[in-house]
Write a protein that binds this ligand. Structure first.
Ligand code: UD1
Length: 368
């Protein structure tokens, strides 16, 4: 029986851990799961709603860390996670993705002699101005088992001299959640509540990267593009708290709201409502990593409003196009994506990644 701590911290972690915990509960003779929530995200809409929607059990331990600078947040997670690891002495700790909580917990494990498995290892944007890239690089160096979502990730790790025997290509566990919840999501009334009747073509936009929202100029350029796109089809914009605050600060809320109801700013949505919303969209515009993958899995055209992506497979084997932050380029790409959609799904994005992850934990003979 393996005792396994799964760590969640921020919104994009919940849909990666949920299928793993569910699989461990199903395989209760092999695994004893514990869930630790660092509290990096804490709002009901950024955290609580996801536990409900994803049928994740309440965390066994809540570290209550909250917001702060990168150093404050990372340090607080480390300080509060270390006693949990020392008390529980798990066989494995699973960390997912690339948020500050991921790095902080991996670092604690590496120093406490507890084996750590990184799910979604090996992704690289090669842009070290992104905090997530730093988190990915360091977490992968520290991890004992690197579970990758796509073959490009294996190649990145090998190029960084990570021993091959620590790397396992398991596929994309986010897609396990997507398939598991699709039916429940179909019961959501979010489209009707937003006035999107059957057969209505619409776009969905999400933004939260500091590079896009923390300065006036890029955010204003994106708003200009959204204004133009909303002339062709309605655009729904569920805003992350950081983005909402910036729009207010830069006086852009009025500009967006002047285009209502064609362009609609709404509160962040829970997992099921958001899945229901984007799964019916004709186009998604985003700077999120996970949404590039989810749209690829469902063949929804996606524009990534960034200069790089750590998920190139969504472009080579998916619906994603990298379009940067220039208003004219975004608008042109939006119309092109609407007129010329693409179709294909990467290998092992099949809803079975969680079991492959658990098998890898059981099989890993490598000792530190
Ligand atoms: C974090 C992750 C990012 C991920 C994103 C998803 C890091 C470095 N970044 O960014 O990779 O894509 O989550 O959302 O870990 N806030 C709230 N309520 C909350 C959480 C945050 O209001 O529940 C506000 C706070 O003002 C906070 C700000 O949002 O200061 C940013 O939160 P933070 O966790 O620092 O980073 P995110 O931008 O959410």
């Amino acid at each position: 029986m393996l005792k396994v701590i799964s760590v969640v911290g921020a919104r994009p972690n919940f849909m990666k851990i949920a299928p793993i915990v569910e699989a461990m509960r199903r395989r209760a003779t092999e695994f004893a799961p514990l869930v630790v929530h660092t509290g990096q995200h804490y709002d009901a809409q950024m955290s609580g709603a996801f536990f409900r929607d994803l049928e994740l059990p309440e965390p066994d331990v809540h570290l209550g860390v909250g917001s702060g600078t990168h150093a404050e947040q990372t340090a607080a997670v480390m300080q509060r996670f270390e006693p949990v690891v020392l008390r529980e002495r798990p066989d494995w700790v699973i960390v997912v993705g690339d948020v500050n909580s991921t790095l902080a917990c991996a670092l604690v494990c590496a120093k406490s002699g507890v084996r750590v498995a990184h799910v979604e290892a090996g992704l690289r944007s090669r842009d070290r101005t992104m905090p997530e890239e730093i988190n990915r690089l360091v977490t992968d160096q520290l991890s004992d088992l690197l579970l990758t979502p796509s073959p490009d990730a294996d190649e990145n790790l090998l190029a960084e001299n990570i021993p091959r025997e620590r790397i396992r290509f398991v596929g994309n566990v986010m897609i396990d959640s997507l398939y598991a919840q699709l039916e429940r999501a179909n019961r959501s009334r979010v489209r009707e509540e937003l006035g999107l009747g059957r057969g209505t073509s619409y776009a969905v936009v999400t933004l939260h990267r500091p590079a896009n929202v923390d300065a006036r100029e890029p955010l204003e350029r994106i708003v200009s593009a959204l204004e133009q796109i909303s002339a062709r089809l309605p655009v729904i914009f569920p805003a992350h708290p950081r983005t909402r605050r910036r729009l207010e600060e830069f006086g852009l809320v009025e500009r967006v709201e002047a285009h209502a109801p064609r362009l609609r700013l709404v509160e962040p949505l829970g997992y099921l409502d958001f899945l229901r919303l984007y799964s019916g969209a004709s186009l998604v515009l985003t700077d999120s990593g996970g949404i590039q993958e989810e749209t690829t899995a469902l063949n929804i055209p996606c524009l990534t409003l960034r200069e790089n992506t750590e998920r190139p497979i969504t472009i080579t084997h998916g619906t994603n196009r990298l379009v940067g932050m220039d208003a004219a380029r975004i608008t042109h790409a939006a119309f092109d994506a609407l007129d010329h959609p693409r179709e294909s799904v990467p290998p092992l994005w099949d809803g079975q990644a969680a079991d492959r992850i658990l098998n890898a934990l059981l099989e890993q003979r490598w000792q530190r």
